[in-house]
Design a protein around this ligand. Structure first.
Ligand SMILES: [Zn+2]
Ligand SMILES: [Zn+2]
Ligand SMILES: [Zn+2]
Length: 358
């Protein structure tokens, strides 16, 4: 059981004693900074061929599909009445399909801090051997592009010290009753211990209520050492695997907000993955090549500073967007159907009722 608590540097003479663990000189009680990986970034891979254009068109949406998507959208909104979806007449449908470039950079970073846990008999191993450096400690990554955190006790850094919270007594004063074992005055006798000249039964004539936090003991097991009186202090290595995802969506002027697109998928046109990606070259839409060039460069310089890049993946999707113009009760309105999921957005829906006010 790793309490992973952090003890204050001033109350931790042991930390000074270990200040010279080779490879851990900068490790502070309370958490050190991120450790830069020792290896330089390797040169980028040779240029990859651009994607081969296949059939990149998306079959245009039929009116029936658009209407069905609109109806289920309206049904899922309790305060939209279904009139416009049932009786609206589609006047035109315009495609505004657009491209989305997505870059994922899967990184591993490592940081160290002094930590302690209740001592449960573990033999201290400080200086029995040289402690491995942070990036020498084996840690198995999760599957690629999956974020995960792991904490590892660095071997040969542990020692035993007395618990600073309870001064090695294993107990601490109950905060609720300040050690008295009793809490507030009894509400029946108001602290007198007697009720109508007889001893108060409720509080057993004590006049006060037993402290429930400590069961009237006045003390509790020390939370820091869990009653063990001693702590095992050691350097804790935190290994964090992070999938850093960034999107770039090519501008489209349909009127649909870009943020709406983050929840849908599109038709996958291209995808590749390698240790360090080379930007996509020769994509038919130059905005995508530019986004790839920029994001790959940014990610490789940003994430190589404080972490180790394990793998990168890039993907281009064509996201279907259809702007549907329709008439209801003589007025013109608009909704959008987008993504493989046929999601709908209708900011100007003309028949919202007031049931949202509860
Ligand atoms: Zn108490
Ligand atoms: Zn009483
Ligand atoms: Zn303690």
């Amino acid at each position: 059981m790793n309490s992973a608590a952090i003890y204050p540097p001033l109350a931790a003479p042991a930390a000074n004693m270990f200040g010279n663990v080779p490879g851990y000189e900068g490790t502070m009680a309370g958490g050190g900074g991120y450790l830069p990986p020792p290896m330089p970034v390797e040169p980028v891979a040779p240029p990859q061929p651009g994607p081969t254009p296949e059939d990149w068109s998306i079959p245009s949406l039929s009116e029936d599909v658009a209407r069905e998507a609109f109806k289920s959208f309206v049904n899922s909104n309790c305060c939209y009445s279904s009139g416009p979806a049932d009786d609206g007449v589609i006047t035109s449908m315009e495609p505004f399909n657009t491209y989305r470039y997505r870059l994922e950079t899967f990184t591993e970073s490592r940081s160290t801090e002094w930590a302690h846990k209740p001592h449960e008999g573990e033999p201290p191993d400080f200086y029995t051997q040289t402690a491995p450096r942070p990036w020498e400690i084996p840690a198995t990554p999760p599957s690629l592009f999956t974020s995960h955190t792991e904490e590892i006790r660095v071997p040969y850094t542990s020692s035993i010290k007395e618990c600073h919270t309870c001064h090695a007594t294993g107990t601490m004063q109950c905060e609720t009753c300040h050690g008295s074992g009793y809490e507030k005055d009894c509400w029946v006798c108001h602290g007198s211990g007697t009720n109508n000249d007889e001893r108060c039964n409720r509080c057993d004539a004590k006049g006060r209520d037993r402290c429930t936090a400590c069961n009237a003991h006045g003390s509790k097991e020390c939370e820091t050492c869990e009653g063990k009186k001693q702590l095992l202090t050691y350097i804790n290595l935190k290994v964090e695997w992070t999938n850093n995802v960034e999107d770039d969506v090519v501008e489209q002027n349909s009127g649909l907000k870009l943020g709406d697109l983050s929840s849908v998928s599109g038709k996958e046109l291209f995808k590749n993955s390698q240790y360090l990606l080379y930007p996509l070259i020769g994509f038919p839409n130059p905005a995508i090549s530019q986004a790839s060039e920029r994001l790959v460069r940014e990610h490789q310089s940003k994430y190589a500073q404080n972490s180790r890049i394990l793998q990168q993946r890039q993907k281009v999707e064509l996201i279907p967007i259809t702007k549907v113009n329709y008439k209801w009760k003589g007025d013109s309105h608009v909704y959008y159907v987008f993504g493989n999921e046929n999601q709908v957005s209708a900011d100007d829906y003309p028949a919202t009722c007031c049931c949202v006010i509860l």
